[in-house]
Design a protein around this ligand. Structure first.
Ligand code: NAD
Ligand code: ZN
Length: 239
């Protein structure tokens, strides 16, 4: 793995930088990626994409909560890795820094990242199915019902069959189109519209860099591909 002189120079001088992360950035923290087994998970006989679906929220919300309570419990012990910490340090280094993640695990925030654009929500939040009020479950226990209106709560994550939170992608797209340097870290680049962000950045003239131990559908469109683990590659930029 080699970082080009051009990229080092850009990193040293860029003003507007965007980072898009996927499940791979959390792999070294012990969070299973989709393709690394996460998508084959079965909960009480139900495949992952059935229990994590909009339909199941309608049909059996307590079962959905059991599954998400179990996942939060699993994540509780996990810590950010050097990739999360490197990205957190980068936010104070550039005039305009944007972090967009497809992850719901909250590890970027745990590492100190602020104003993270979460395209798929956050497993540490619940929201009211009626009025939309959000509840943080990182410090406090999950409430049984909404304190505002008394209705049922659901996980504040984007489930299969659901739209992205309004405005999140649009805001990320605006930032992508203004970026000079764009990093795509640990995503298989298969899930749209997130996978469209590097394309937007590229079309607007940004230098696009992929960090992934494996090739992806995006690799051939990138200006530079850094083949390796995020936790090993990202800290190299500060040397
Ligand atoms: N941590 C999480 O919150 C989490 C975990 C699994 C899935 N998901 C969800 O599943 C969807 C899957 O899309 P995706 O593209 O994010 O994940 P993905 O599982 O489809 O792809 C993960 C990518 O990370 C790469 N990878 C593995 N180890 C890596 C490492 N150490 N460093 C860098 N890259 C590494 C893999 O080669 C792969 O390309 C997303 O929508 C996401 O919301 C989230
Ligand atoms: Zn409510």
């Amino acid at each position: 793995m080699h970082i080009s002189a051009e990229l080092r120079e850009l990193f040293a001088g860029a003003n507007r930088v965007l980072v898009l992360t996927g499940a791979g950035v959390s792999a070294e923290s012990g969070v299973p990626t989709f393709r690394g087994g996460g998508n084959t998970a079965v909960w009480k006989g139900m495949p992952f994409d059935v229990i994590s679906s909009a339909e199941m929220v309608e049909r059996d919300l307590p079962a959905v909560w059991e599954w998400f309570d179990y996942r939060r419990h699993f994540l509780e012990e996990l810590k950010p890795n050097p990739a999360h910490y490197a990205i957190a340090r980068w936010q104070d280094r550039f005039a305009e820094f944007t972090l967009v993640t497809q992850n719901i695990d909250g590890l970027h925030q745990k590492a100190g990242s602020r104003e993270v654009i979460e395209l798929h929500g956050n497993i540490w939040r619940a929201r009211c199915t009626a009025c939309g009020t959000a509840y943080n479950m990182a410090q406090e226990k999950r409430p049984d019902a909404c304190f505002e209106c008394g209705d049922l709560l659901r996980p504040d994550v984007v489930l299969f069959g659901e739209m992205l939170p309004r405005g999140a992608f649009e805001f990320a797209a605006v930032r992508a189109s203004a970026s000079e340097l764009c990093f795509v870290v640990g995503t298989s680049a298969l899930v749209y519209p997130a996978a469209g962000l590097p394309e937007i950045a590229k079309a607007a003239g940004a230098y696009v860099v992929e960090v992934n131990p494996e090739r992806t559908p995006l690799s051939s469109q990138c200006d530079e591909v850094l083949t390796g683990k995020a936790g090993e590659v990202l800290p190299l930029f500060e040397r």
